[in-house]
Design a protein around this ligand. Structure first.
Ligand SMILES: [Fe+2]
Length: 158
């Protein structure tokens, strides 16, 4: 661990940075999956869903950057190459042959829910280590992506 402006102990900083790196791997994986859905979607829902998925991707790219920079601020390194992500992400792989609009909606809803479960677990680690700033960061991610999951589930009527 490197020096950090944080007031937290090195042990606490490492615990939070480790969990943030897990969410970075998930988030980078999910971002690539959302883009695949954005590119390949076909069907009557295309006009609404193609730009909606892009909105998700833009928001997630910003969160990934914020999460990575928080880990480094805490004195750790951020890990995010494609190969690292492929071996560390907890998000199920995406069936890239999918084209049908509502099938993409279902697949993304499930994967966003998996991402959210990880974010909640990471927020608990941040709470346990009294890292209020990482708690706030993750709460912002969670509330935004819960809203996205709602959009998708509403599209599926489930
Ligand atoms: Fe595009």
């Amino acid at each position: 661990m490197y020096r950090s402006p944080s007031h937290l102990s090195e042990t606490a900083r490492k615990a939070v940075a480790d969990t943030l790196n897990e969410r970075l791997a998930d988030g980078l994986d999910l971002h690539s999956q959302i883009k695949v859905a954005h590119w390949n979607i076909k069907g009557p829902g295309f006009a609404a869903l193609h730009p909606l998925f892009e909105t998700f991707a833009i928001g997630l790219a910003a969160h990934n950057d914020t999460i990575a920079e928080r880990a480094v601020t805490l004195g750790a390194k951020a890990f995010g190459t494609a190969r690292y992500v492929a071996s560390h992400s907890k998000i199920p792989d995406y069936p890239q042959e999918t084209t049908r609009d509502l099938e993409h909606v279902k697949l993304l809803a499930e994967r966003i829910e998996a991402y959210l479960a990880g974010c909640r677990a990471s927020r608990t680690v941040a709470e346990q280590n009294a890292d209020t700033d990482s708690v706030d960061l993750l709460t912002g991610v969670i509330s935004e992506f819960e809203k996205h999951a709602w959009f998708l589930r509403a599209s599926l009527d489930t």
